[in-house]
Every structure is written in structure tokens, then in C-alpha cells.
Design a protein around this ligand. Structure first.
Ligand code: ADP
Ligand code: 5GP
Length: 209
């Protein structure tokens, strides 16, 4: 009764590459406990990087399969990012929400804005670095991207920040522990919203006294 878990909620996390989205999301999921929040696995036309497995980081598909999925209405949103297509399979999101589990989408800004159109109840969270020099250090420190890719991602970061006003929440990821706590508080508070089902259960409780 102290929270509304009849249905899960859709949380969309975006922000510049290297801002710390992946790190925060994995900590939040760990802290919230198993089965509270699931991570949606996107479909992409890009090839797997070394160490990536089909069905784990992404579902790797051909452009034809991706187009077929769009035509069937099987994607909640999709976008072209750095020359490849990425999309969110609709059925996984809907099934988990129906079963009371929160779903997290870690997607780019175009995707987040499209989710808000298709699914206005979705909660949009933007993760930003405290400064561009910190972002540069994180991208370099992560050791996954070449120097020219880092330059491209840094220049893209500035234009990405201009979309913050379309989001519901802004997390500035300076001290990790703090950013994790703040993000968790959003997940918790969103289930404290006044709803008919919570009111109904509260009234039934009072009437039973
Ligand atoms: P994203 O998913 O947004 O691309 P990552 O989660 O991969 O970013 O984080 C980028 C790098 O920065 C990783 O090496 C991660 O360990 C590091 N990192 C993330 N958050 C912090 C933080 N608050 N302080 C210091 N390093 C961080
Ligand atoms: P990468 O190829 O580095 O894994 O991801 C590139 C970009 O694609 C990232 O900004 C990531 O957030 C975005 N992305 C991953 N999955 C999806 C998705 O399903 N939809 C959209 N719109 N973007 C996605």
C-alpha cells in the first residue's frame, strides 16, 4: 500500500557518452534489488564489438530485419545514431510494465523524445557530467574509444545539453555515490504519486478498521 506497484514505470536515461549512464544504471538496479527494474535490450544494425554477445548488450540484426520490425510496429522508438539504427523492442517493455517491473531504457536523445511522444507517462532522466573536461577524462579513462571518436563525442555533447529542458530530471554525475542516490530517489518517488489504486487500497484499509 505504501507504493503503487500495480504497474511498472518506464524510465528513460540519456546524456552524453561517458557521462556515467551505464555506471549509474547498474548501481541503481543493484540497490533496488532483483526484479524491481529491468534493462531493455535494444536492437541494432551495428556489428558487435569484441566481447559483445547477441542478446546481452544488444540484439544484433540486419538492416532488413530491422526494417521488418519497424513495419510490424514492433519498436517503441528507433533512431539512427552514428550511421547505425537502434531501436527499443516494444513487447519486452510492455510485458514488464504490465507485470509491475520498472523498465529502463538507456537510449540517445532523439529516442528519448520519441518515447515521450509514444508513451507520455515515460520519465525522462538526463545524466550530465559536471564539466566538459571531466567528460573528456572519463572518455579517455574508459579506454574504449579512439582519440577521434572521443573528439566526436565531446563535440556532440555540447549540442546534446541543449535538449535538457525536454527532460523531467537532471542528474549531474559528479560524485558517483551522490548521483546514484539521487537517481534512486527518482525511482522511489515516482511510485509515490497519487493514484486511484493507492487511494482505493488506503480507503479499503480504513474502512476495514
Ligand atoms: P556512459 O554509459 O554514459 O557512456 P559510463 O558509465 O561508461 O558512461 O562511464 C564512463 C566512465 O566514467 C567509466 O569509466 C566510469 O567508470 C567512469 N565514471 C562514471 N561515473 C563516474 C563518477 N561519478 N566519477 C568518476 N568516474 C566515473
Ligand atoms: P553504442 O553503439 O556506443 O552502443 O551506442 C550508440 C548510441 O546509441 C548511444 O548513445 C546509445 O544510447 C544509443 N542507443 C542504444 N540503444 C538505443 C535504442 O534502442 N534507441 C535509441 N534511440 N538509441 C539507442
Amino acid at each position: 500500500m505504501d507504493e503503487d506497484r500495480t504497474k511498472g514505470k518506464l524510465f528513460v536515461i540519456s546524456g552524453p557518452s561517458g557521462a556515467g549512464k551505464g555506471t549509474i544504471v547498474s548501481r541503481v538496479r543493484e540497490d533496488l534489488g532483483p526484479n524491481r527494474a529491468v534493462l531493455s535490450i535494444s536492437m541494432t544494425t551495428r556489428g558487435p564489438r569484441p566481447g559483445e554477445e547477441d542478446g546481452k548488450q544488444y540484439f544484433f540484426v540486419t538492416k532488413e530485419d530491422f526494417c521488418k520490425k519497424i513495419q510490424e510496429g514492433g519498436l517503441l522508438e528507433y533512431a539512427e545514431v552514428y550511421g547505425n539504427y537502434y531501436g527499443t523492442p516494444r513487447s519486452y517493455v510492455m510485458e514488464n510494465i504490465e507485470n509491475g517491473r520498472d523498465v529502463i531504457l538507456e537510449i540517445d536523445i532523439q529516442g528519448a523524445l520519441n518515447v515521450k511522444k509514444a508513451f507520455p507517462e515515460g520519465i525522462l532522466i538526463f545524466v550530465a557530467p559536471p564539466s566538459l573536461s571531466v567528460l573528456r577524462d572519463r572518455l579517455t579513462g574508459r579506454n574504449t574509444d579512439a582519440e577521434d571518436v572521443i573528439r566526436l563525442r565531446l563535440s556532440k555533447a555540447v549540442s546534446e545539453l541543449s535538449h535538457i529542458p525536454a527532460y523531467d530530471y537532471l542528474i549531474i554525475n559528479d560524485v558517483l555515490e551522490e548521483a546514484v542516490k539521487k537517481t534512486e530517489s527518482i525511482f522511489i518517488s515516482e511510485h509515490m504519486r497519487v493514484s486511484e489504486s493507492r487511494m482505493g487500497r488506503l480507503m479499503a484499509e480504513y474502512e476495514g478498521e
